[in-house]
Design a protein around this ligand. Structure first.
Ligand code: SF4
Length: 54
């Protein structure tokens, strides 16, 4: 079972205060999918579960 880090700090900041996900501004995104291609951790995706670009 993974260790629960939710009540700890990350570099002095409470983890609950950190938005741990990228936010795409739909007004600025042009849909080039460069973020999808360059993310080595496969953090981005396209398809039916994606509600907005990329
Ligand atoms: S698809 Fe990704 S890299 Fe391209 S404009 Fe949108 S957020 Fe930026």
């Amino acid at each position: 079972m993974p260790k629960d880090l939710s009540q700890t700090q990350w570099h002095g900041i409470a983890r609950q205060e950190i938005p741990w996900f990228p936010a795409v501004d739909a007004d600025k995104c042009i849909g080039c999918e460069l973020c999808y291609v360059t993310c080595g951790r496969e953090g981005y995706g396209t398809g039916p579960t994606s509600s907005t670009r990329p």
